[in-house]
Design a protein around this ligand. Structure first.
Ligand code: LLP
Length: 431
């Protein structure tokens, strides 16, 4: 099984954290997002202990909540000692409502609005990651008006090209995120920010991409950023408290995914940071990382009921499910790969080639094409694995479908953490 929280029981049913998925589908209905609390906690602990083991505990992981933002997940990750990264007023509001203390919140985003910035400043957010000069000036004004000093870091575009899907690559020069390092713009921005009384510049941030399977881009980013630290120290006599290396650690969607154990990133980055700081005569900064997908991705599955099966000879077999691109748009957007299986026949051979399709009025409404599953029949429960990240968070109401409920499971017990939407929810804002 591609995630440690999954197994198959004596009935041949797929089990997640001790819960029989067929029973979950019966009890809560489908489609249903299921998240394993045990797996989320276990990944958080691995990140935490790798900081202890490889970097004397001098840093931390910030959960990139865009992967799955809801109150319960914010609570779970902060109980495990992680901070929370948010990218919109809505994510910030969710984190605050979950009881996260504002100093443990980091606010990202390439075009935060004035009202979002005001909200963050008024809430006492601990780190506003300033993406560009326009934002720096907006923040300066807001801080001056409030008579406060705002803690910030600057997002730098390090000029690193990670090998991942082009839509989720961010470190290269042609990216809308961050201030360009190579043109000298970043040095100017640091000078500007360091000279402002209204902000307190604490660190620098970079992020190279997402679903990355190699250590090298992270090591390279650390080296490039520390060279910049040294240049800043020499030219501007400015020093930083932390270096944030972003997120992007790859996970297993299918067996072939060559995800490396998360500890290995920290081991490699730590070695590079120690070496570089020694060479450049810099004090060791705190290191932050921002994993999103790897905290929740493998912890999640989605359960569906199989409906119509349409076999078009010599073309393909469409297996329709009661969800679709409105609750998982990742195949439609990125041709993302997933492992699918029939949860009530999980011990049978996967010798049927299916195109799993949703119920939206759109031919591109596909969850997976030409994938091997157990022979399906109407009424079976189909499970899609590793759906914990960027599924619920990217869901929509397309075709006025309602977003499914989310159930959290732990040690054989389940509880609803997000209620399924109702038709009334759809009409809530209609006049
Ligand atoms: N930090 C920053 C600044 C980011 O932009 C991101 C992701 C992360 C951290 C977390 O990256 P992760 O550890 O989750 O890879 N919707 C796409 C993924 C977009 C990622 C955007 N930024 C998908 O479904 O694959």
């Amino acid at each position: 099984m591609i995630s440690p929280c999954l197994s198959i029981n004596e009935k041949g049913h797929l089990v997640i954290s001790g819960c029989d998925t067929v029973e979950l589908a019966e009890r809560y209905g489908t489609p249903l997002y299921v998240m394993s609390e045990d797996e989320i906690r276990s990944v958080c602990r691995r990140y935490r202990s790798s900081f202890e083991e490889y970097y004397q505990g001098n840093g931390k992981a910030l959960y990139a909540s865009k992967a799955f933002c809801c109150k319960e997940i914010c609570r779970i990750v902060t109980e495990e000692g992680l901070d929370v990264e948010v990218v919109s007023g809505g994510e910030l509001y969710t984190a605050l409502q979950a009881g996260i203390s504002p100093e443990n919140i980091h606010f990202q985003g390439n075009n935060k609005t004035v009202s979002e910035l005001e909200f963050a400043v008024n809430s006492g957010v601990g780190d506003i990651v300033v993406d560009n000069l326009s934002e720096l000036y907006k923040l300066q004004k807001i801080a001056a008006k409030q008579g406060t000093i705002v803690p910030i870091s600057l997002r730098i575009k390090p000029g690193i090209d990670a090998h991942t899907h082009e839509f989720i690559r961010t470190g290269q020069i042609d990216s809308k995120f961050g201030i360009d390092l190579t043109s000298g713009e970043a040095l100017e921005a640091v000078k500007m920010a360091a000279g402002m009384r209204e902000v307190s510049l604490r660190g620098l941030h970079c992020h190279v991409g997402s679903q990355i399977f190699e250590k090298e881009p992270f090591v390279h980013a650390a080296e490039v950023m520390l060279n910049f630290f040294a240049e800043i120290k020499q030219k501007l006599s400015v020093e930083f408290d932390f270096l944030n290396l972003g997120g992007g650690f790859g996970i297993h969607y299918v067996e072939e995914d060559d995800a490396i154990p998360y500890e290995e990133y920290m081991a490699a980055v730590s070695e590079a940071v120690h070496r570089k700081c020694g060479e450049l005569g810099l004090p060791l900064p705190k290191i932050y990382i921002e994993p999103g997908r790897s905290i929740v991705g493998e912890a999640g599955i989605t359960l569906y009921t199989v409906g119509n099966i349409l076999e078009i000879p010599t073309v393909r077999n469409y297996v329709s499910i009661d969800g679709g691109m409105y609750e998982n748009p990742r195949y439609a957007l990125y041709q993302a790969q997933y492992t699918c299986l029939i949860a009530n026949k999980a011990n049978q051979p996967a010798d049927y080639i299916a195109t799993v399709t949703g119920k939206c009025c759109e031919s591109g409404d596909l969850i997976q094409e030409h994938t091997s599953i157990q022979r399906p029949e109407e009424g079976d429960i189909l499970a899609v694995l590793s759906t914990g990240a960027y599924n619920y968070s990217m869901a929509s109401n397309y075709n006025r479908n309602v977003r499914p409920a989310c159930v959290m499971v732990s040690e054989g017990k389940s509880r609803i953490v997000i209620k399924g939407e109702t038709y009334d929810d759809l009409l809530r804002n209609d006049i």
